[in-house]
Design a protein around this ligand. Structure first.
Ligand code: ADP
Ligand code: MG
Length: 320
Protein backbone atom coordinates (compact mmCIF):
# COMPACT_ATOMS: atom_id res chain seq x y z
CA UNK A 1 0.00 0.00 0.00
CA UNK A 2 1.98 3.02 -1.21
CA UNK A 3 1.27 6.45 0.26
CA UNK A 4 -1.11 6.27 3.15
CA UNK A 5 -0.49 3.46 5.65
CA UNK A 6 -3.05 1.67 7.80
CA UNK A 7 -2.57 3.88 10.85
CA UNK A 8 -2.57 7.16 8.91
CA UNK A 9 -5.72 5.92 7.22
CA UNK A 10 -7.45 5.29 10.56
CA UNK A 11 -6.20 8.59 11.93
CA UNK A 12 -7.27 10.62 8.90
CA UNK A 13 -10.66 9.15 8.06
CA UNK A 14 -11.98 7.46 11.17
CA UNK A 15 -10.63 9.31 14.19
CA UNK A 16 -12.62 12.23 15.49
CA UNK A 17 -12.88 14.04 18.74
CA UNK A 18 -16.01 13.02 20.60
CA UNK A 19 -17.62 15.28 23.16
CA UNK A 20 -19.57 12.31 24.49
CA UNK A 21 -18.66 12.07 28.20
CA UNK A 22 -19.57 8.37 28.19
CA UNK A 23 -16.67 7.61 25.82
CA UNK A 24 -13.75 7.25 28.23
CA UNK A 25 -11.48 6.10 25.38
CA UNK A 26 -12.24 6.05 21.66
CA UNK A 27 -10.19 5.10 18.60
CA UNK A 28 -6.49 4.46 19.23
CA UNK A 29 -6.02 1.90 21.99
CA UNK A 30 -6.59 -1.85 21.99
CA UNK A 31 -10.25 -1.37 22.85
CA UNK A 32 -12.68 1.48 23.35
CA UNK A 33 -14.01 2.21 26.82
CA UNK A 34 -17.54 3.44 27.44
CA UNK A 35 -19.18 4.19 30.77
CA UNK A 36 -22.72 2.90 31.03
CA UNK A 37 -25.54 2.12 33.37
CA UNK A 38 -28.79 0.40 32.48
CA UNK A 39 -29.45 -1.71 29.37
CA UNK A 40 -27.68 -1.67 26.01
CA UNK A 41 -29.01 -2.82 22.63
CA UNK A 42 -26.27 -4.26 20.39
CA UNK A 43 -26.59 -5.14 16.70
CA UNK A 44 -24.16 -5.91 13.90
CA UNK A 45 -24.62 -6.16 10.13
CA UNK A 46 -22.17 -6.91 7.35
CA UNK A 47 -22.45 -5.60 3.80
CA UNK A 48 -20.52 -7.54 1.15
CA UNK A 49 -19.86 -5.93 -2.25
CA UNK A 50 -21.73 -7.76 -4.98
CA UNK A 51 -24.07 -9.39 -2.47
CA UNK A 52 -25.64 -6.60 -0.41
CA UNK A 53 -24.89 -3.72 -2.76
CA UNK A 54 -23.73 -3.47 -6.38
CA UNK A 55 -19.93 -3.36 -6.57
CA UNK A 56 -20.40 -0.15 -8.62
CA UNK A 57 -22.20 1.67 -5.77
CA UNK A 58 -20.84 5.11 -4.91
CA UNK A 59 -18.61 5.06 -1.82
CA UNK A 60 -20.79 7.64 -0.05
CA UNK A 61 -23.79 5.33 -0.37
CA UNK A 62 -21.83 2.32 0.94
CA UNK A 63 -20.77 4.30 4.00
CA UNK A 64 -24.29 5.58 4.61
CA UNK A 65 -25.94 2.18 4.17
CA UNK A 66 -23.48 0.35 6.42
CA UNK A 67 -24.57 2.49 9.35
CA UNK A 68 -28.20 2.99 8.26
CA UNK A 69 -29.03 -0.73 8.24
CA UNK A 70 -27.69 -1.01 11.77
CA UNK A 71 -29.48 2.09 13.04
CA UNK A 72 -32.61 0.55 11.57
CA UNK A 73 -32.14 -2.53 13.77
CA UNK A 74 -31.80 -0.32 16.83
CA UNK A 75 -34.88 1.66 15.74
CA UNK A 76 -36.88 -1.56 15.62
CA UNK A 77 -35.91 -2.14 19.27
CA UNK A 78 -36.89 1.39 20.25
CA UNK A 79 -33.30 2.08 21.21
CA UNK A 80 -31.41 5.37 21.19
CA UNK A 81 -28.21 4.90 19.11
CA UNK A 82 -25.03 5.99 20.89
CA UNK A 83 -21.83 4.35 19.63
CA UNK A 84 -20.58 2.15 16.79
CA UNK A 85 -17.53 0.26 15.58
CA UNK A 86 -16.46 -0.30 11.99
CA UNK A 87 -14.65 -3.34 10.55
CA UNK A 88 -13.59 -2.30 7.07
CA UNK A 89 -12.06 -4.64 4.50
CA UNK A 90 -10.85 -2.88 1.35
CA UNK A 91 -8.89 -4.18 -1.66
CA UNK A 92 -6.52 -1.18 -1.67
CA UNK A 93 -6.15 2.31 -0.17
CA UNK A 94 -7.98 4.75 -2.42
CA UNK A 95 -8.05 8.11 -0.66
CA UNK A 96 -10.86 9.55 -2.75
CA UNK A 97 -12.99 6.48 -2.13
CA UNK A 98 -12.24 6.57 1.60
CA UNK A 99 -13.08 10.25 1.80
CA UNK A 100 -16.49 9.66 0.22
CA UNK A 101 -17.11 6.51 2.26
CA UNK A 102 -16.27 8.29 5.53
CA UNK A 103 -18.44 11.24 4.46
CA UNK A 104 -21.50 8.99 4.00
CA UNK A 105 -20.85 7.07 7.19
CA UNK A 106 -19.99 9.92 9.53
CA UNK A 107 -22.54 12.30 8.01
CA UNK A 108 -25.30 9.91 9.08
CA UNK A 109 -23.57 9.26 12.43
CA UNK A 110 -23.55 13.00 13.16
CA UNK A 111 -27.26 13.31 12.48
CA UNK A 112 -27.94 10.81 15.25
CA UNK A 113 -25.08 11.88 17.54
CA UNK A 114 -23.63 8.39 17.29
CA UNK A 115 -19.86 8.17 17.84
CA UNK A 116 -17.40 5.90 16.01
CA UNK A 117 -15.37 4.45 18.89
CA UNK A 118 -13.21 1.83 17.20
CA UNK A 119 -12.86 -0.77 14.50
CA UNK A 120 -10.55 -2.83 12.39
CA UNK A 121 -9.03 -2.25 8.96
CA UNK A 122 -7.94 -5.09 6.70
CA UNK A 123 -7.11 -5.76 3.07
CA UNK A 124 -9.40 -8.00 1.01
CA UNK A 125 -12.62 -7.97 -1.04
CA UNK A 126 -14.74 -4.92 -0.12
CA UNK A 127 -16.74 -5.79 3.00
CA UNK A 128 -18.13 -3.41 5.60
CA UNK A 129 -19.23 -4.50 9.06
CA UNK A 130 -20.75 -2.03 11.49
CA UNK A 131 -21.70 -2.83 15.04
CA UNK A 132 -23.97 -0.38 16.81
CA UNK A 133 -24.64 0.05 20.49
CA UNK A 134 -27.74 1.81 21.73
CA UNK A 135 -29.23 2.66 25.08
CA UNK A 136 -32.63 1.74 26.44
CA UNK A 137 -33.97 4.11 29.06
CA UNK A 138 -35.83 2.21 31.79
CA UNK A 139 -34.59 -1.06 30.22
CA UNK A 140 -37.76 -1.20 28.14
CA UNK A 141 -37.26 -2.48 24.58
CA UNK A 142 -39.55 -3.09 21.66
CA UNK A 143 -39.22 -6.69 20.48
CA UNK A 144 -40.73 -8.92 17.80
CA UNK A 145 -42.53 -10.99 20.37
CA UNK A 146 -45.14 -8.80 22.06
CA UNK A 147 -47.90 -8.80 19.42
CA UNK A 148 -51.42 -10.06 20.28
CA UNK A 149 -54.28 -11.14 18.02
CA UNK A 150 -56.44 -8.09 17.37
CA UNK A 151 -53.54 -5.63 17.41
CA UNK A 152 -53.46 -3.24 14.49
CA UNK A 153 -50.56 -3.63 12.07
CA UNK A 154 -48.70 -0.61 10.73
CA UNK A 155 -45.87 0.26 8.37
CA UNK A 156 -43.85 3.47 8.18
CA UNK A 157 -43.15 5.32 4.93
CA UNK A 158 -43.59 3.41 1.67
CA UNK A 159 -42.42 -0.04 0.59
CA UNK A 160 -40.90 -1.50 -2.57
CA UNK A 161 -38.83 1.39 -3.91
CA UNK A 162 -35.42 -0.12 -3.18
CA UNK A 163 -36.42 -3.54 -4.52
CA UNK A 164 -37.69 -1.91 -7.72
CA UNK A 165 -34.37 -0.07 -8.13
CA UNK A 166 -32.56 -3.40 -7.87
CA UNK A 167 -34.96 -5.05 -10.35
CA UNK A 168 -34.52 -2.12 -12.76
CA UNK A 169 -30.74 -2.41 -12.47
CA UNK A 170 -30.41 1.13 -11.17
CA UNK A 171 -29.69 0.54 -7.49
CA UNK A 172 -26.17 1.97 -7.83
CA UNK A 173 -27.63 5.23 -9.13
CA UNK A 174 -25.40 5.13 -12.22
CA UNK A 175 -28.34 5.11 -14.65
CA UNK A 176 -30.33 7.76 -12.85
CA UNK A 177 -30.54 11.40 -13.79
CA UNK A 178 -31.96 13.90 -11.36
CA UNK A 179 -35.12 14.26 -13.41
CA UNK A 180 -35.98 10.58 -13.84
CA UNK A 181 -38.63 8.94 -11.67
CA UNK A 182 -36.10 6.22 -11.03
CA UNK A 183 -33.78 8.60 -9.19
CA UNK A 184 -36.20 8.49 -6.26
CA UNK A 185 -36.27 4.68 -6.28
CA UNK A 186 -32.53 4.28 -6.51
CA UNK A 187 -32.01 6.87 -3.81
CA UNK A 188 -34.13 4.76 -1.48
CA UNK A 189 -31.67 1.92 -2.03
CA UNK A 190 -28.51 4.02 -1.82
CA UNK A 191 -29.48 6.25 1.10
CA UNK A 192 -32.09 4.49 3.24
CA UNK A 193 -33.38 6.58 6.14
CA UNK A 194 -33.45 4.56 9.36
CA UNK A 195 -36.65 5.31 11.32
CA UNK A 196 -34.77 6.11 14.51
CA UNK A 197 -37.11 8.76 15.94
CA UNK A 198 -40.23 6.71 15.20
CA UNK A 199 -38.78 3.60 16.85
CA UNK A 200 -37.93 5.56 19.98
CA UNK A 201 -41.37 7.21 20.03
CA UNK A 202 -43.05 3.78 19.73
CA UNK A 203 -40.98 2.14 22.45
CA UNK A 204 -43.80 1.99 24.98
CA UNK A 205 -46.69 2.22 22.50
CA UNK A 206 -46.13 -0.59 19.97
CA UNK A 207 -46.57 -4.20 21.09
CA UNK A 208 -44.05 -5.62 18.59
CA UNK A 209 -41.80 -4.28 15.83
CA UNK A 210 -39.29 -5.27 13.15
CA UNK A 211 -37.44 -3.36 10.48
CA UNK A 212 -38.20 -4.47 6.94
CA UNK A 213 -34.90 -5.52 5.41
CA UNK A 214 -35.81 -8.81 3.75
CA UNK A 215 -39.34 -8.03 2.50
CA UNK A 216 -42.58 -7.28 4.37
CA UNK A 217 -44.05 -10.79 4.20
CA UNK A 218 -40.82 -12.41 5.37
CA UNK A 219 -40.20 -9.92 8.16
CA UNK A 220 -43.83 -9.81 9.28
CA UNK A 221 -43.61 -13.62 9.41
CA UNK A 222 -40.85 -13.24 12.03
CA UNK A 223 -43.09 -10.97 14.14
CA UNK A 224 -45.92 -13.52 13.91
CA UNK A 225 -43.67 -16.40 14.85
CA UNK A 226 -42.19 -14.55 17.81
CA UNK A 227 -45.63 -13.30 18.92
CA UNK A 228 -47.32 -16.70 18.49
CA UNK A 229 -50.00 -15.43 16.12
CA UNK A 230 -50.68 -14.66 12.46
CA UNK A 231 -51.35 -11.53 10.43
CA UNK A 232 -53.76 -10.29 7.83
CA UNK A 233 -52.52 -7.66 5.38
CA UNK A 234 -55.03 -5.60 3.39
CA UNK A 235 -53.25 -5.01 0.10
CA UNK A 236 -55.31 -1.92 -0.78
CA UNK A 237 -53.71 -0.21 2.19
CA UNK A 238 -50.06 -0.89 1.31
CA UNK A 239 -48.33 2.48 1.02
CA UNK A 240 -46.66 2.70 -2.41
CA UNK A 241 -44.78 5.72 -3.70
CA UNK A 242 -45.98 7.43 -6.89
CA UNK A 243 -42.47 6.86 -8.32
CA UNK A 244 -42.81 3.12 -7.76
CA UNK A 245 -46.23 2.90 -9.40
CA UNK A 246 -45.03 5.04 -12.31
CA UNK A 247 -42.01 2.79 -12.83
CA UNK A 248 -43.65 -0.62 -12.38
CA UNK A 249 -47.44 -0.41 -12.52
CA UNK A 250 -49.75 -1.39 -9.66
CA UNK A 251 -49.23 -5.12 -9.64
CA UNK A 252 -45.45 -5.23 -9.77
CA UNK A 253 -45.28 -2.34 -7.32
CA UNK A 254 -47.30 -4.41 -4.86
CA UNK A 255 -45.05 -7.42 -5.39
CA UNK A 256 -41.94 -5.35 -4.69
CA UNK A 257 -43.62 -3.96 -1.57
CA UNK A 258 -44.48 -7.43 -0.27
CA UNK A 259 -41.41 -9.45 -1.19
CA UNK A 260 -38.64 -6.95 -1.90
CA UNK A 261 -36.42 -5.66 0.85
CA UNK A 262 -33.94 -2.91 1.62
CA UNK A 263 -36.47 -0.19 2.41
CA UNK A 264 -35.73 -0.24 6.15
CA UNK A 265 -39.19 0.84 7.17
CA UNK A 266 -40.62 -0.21 10.53
CA UNK A 267 -43.43 -2.75 10.61
CA UNK A 268 -45.12 -2.75 14.01
CA UNK A 269 -48.21 -3.79 15.87
CA UNK A 270 -50.15 -1.88 18.50
CA UNK A 271 -53.28 -2.54 20.50
CA UNK A 272 -56.48 -0.91 19.21
CA UNK A 273 -56.58 1.36 22.25
CA UNK A 274 -53.14 2.68 21.31
CA UNK A 275 -54.21 3.99 17.89
CA UNK A 276 -54.08 7.62 19.05
CA UNK A 277 -50.67 7.09 20.65
CA UNK A 278 -49.41 5.61 17.35
CA UNK A 279 -50.60 8.72 15.53
CA UNK A 280 -48.90 10.88 18.14
CA UNK A 281 -45.63 8.93 17.69
CA UNK A 282 -45.86 9.34 13.91
CA UNK A 283 -46.51 13.02 14.39
CA UNK A 284 -43.76 13.69 16.91
CA UNK A 285 -41.22 11.85 14.72
CA UNK A 286 -42.53 13.42 11.47
CA UNK A 287 -42.82 9.92 10.00
CA UNK A 288 -45.75 8.81 7.85
CA UNK A 289 -47.41 5.69 9.23
CA UNK A 290 -50.12 3.58 7.55
CA UNK A 291 -52.34 0.90 9.06
CA UNK A 292 -52.06 -2.13 6.76
CA UNK A 293 -53.94 -4.86 8.62
CA UNK A 294 -54.01 -6.64 11.94
CA UNK A 295 -52.66 -9.57 13.87
CA UNK A 296 -54.94 -12.62 14.03
CA UNK A 297 -55.08 -15.81 16.08
CA UNK A 298 -54.54 -18.15 13.10
CA UNK A 299 -50.91 -18.74 12.22
CA UNK A 300 -49.33 -17.40 9.05
CA UNK A 301 -49.50 -14.20 7.04
CA UNK A 302 -52.41 -13.82 4.61
CA UNK A 303 -53.08 -11.07 2.07
CA UNK A 304 -56.53 -9.70 1.31
CA UNK A 305 -58.10 -7.56 -1.40
CA UNK A 306 -61.69 -6.32 -1.11
CA UNK A 307 -62.38 -8.72 1.74
CA UNK A 308 -61.11 -11.75 -0.22
CA UNK A 309 -57.89 -13.69 0.53
CA UNK A 310 -55.37 -13.69 -2.34
CA UNK A 311 -52.48 -16.14 -2.70
CA UNK A 312 -49.02 -14.51 -2.72
CA UNK A 313 -45.73 -16.32 -3.16
CA UNK A 314 -43.55 -15.31 -0.29
CA UNK A 315 -40.02 -15.03 -1.60
CA UNK A 316 -38.17 -12.79 0.83
CA UNK A 317 -34.43 -12.25 0.55
CA UNK A 318 -32.59 -15.37 1.56
CA UNK A 319 -29.00 -15.15 2.63
CA UNK A 320 -28.21 -18.73 1.59
P1 ADP B 1 -5.22 -3.96 17.20
O1 ADP B 1 -4.05 -4.43 16.41
O2 ADP B 1 -4.97 -3.81 18.67
O3 ADP B 1 -6.48 -4.68 16.87
P2 ADP B 1 -5.68 -1.96 15.28
O4 ADP B 1 -4.37 -1.66 14.68
O5 ADP B 1 -6.58 -2.89 14.55
O6 ADP B 1 -5.45 -2.44 16.76
O7 ADP B 1 -6.47 -0.61 15.52
C1 ADP B 1 -5.88 0.49 16.16
C2 ADP B 1 -6.95 1.38 16.70
O8 ADP B 1 -7.69 1.92 15.61
C3 ADP B 1 -7.98 0.67 17.58
O9 ADP B 1 -8.38 1.57 18.58
C4 ADP B 1 -9.13 0.38 16.65
O10 ADP B 1 -10.35 0.35 17.35
C5 ADP B 1 -9.05 1.56 15.70
N1 ADP B 1 -9.50 1.25 14.33
C6 ADP B 1 -8.97 0.40 13.44
N2 ADP B 1 -9.63 0.42 12.26
C7 ADP B 1 -10.63 1.31 12.42
C8 ADP B 1 -11.67 1.80 11.59
N3 ADP B 1 -11.85 1.37 10.33
N4 ADP B 1 -12.52 2.72 12.10
C9 ADP B 1 -12.38 3.14 13.36
N5 ADP B 1 -11.43 2.75 14.19
C10 ADP B 1 -10.55 1.85 13.73
MG1 MG C 1 -7.47 -4.76 15.00
Amino acid sequence: MPGLGEFELIERFFTRESDDPAVALGVGDDAALIDVTGRLAVAVDTLVAGTHFPASSPARSIGHRALAVNLSDLAAMGSVPRWFTLALTIPSIDERWLDEFAGGLLGLADRYSTALIGGDTTRGPLTVTVQVIGELPDRIALTRGGGRPGDDLYISGTLGDAAAAIALGSADGAAATDVSADEGLSKRFRFPEPRVELGIALRTTASAAIDVSDGLLADLGHVCEASGCGARVDLENLPLSPALIAACGDERARRHALTGGDDYELCFAAARESADAVLAAADSSSTPVTRIGRLVADEGVTCWIAGQPVPIENEGFRHF
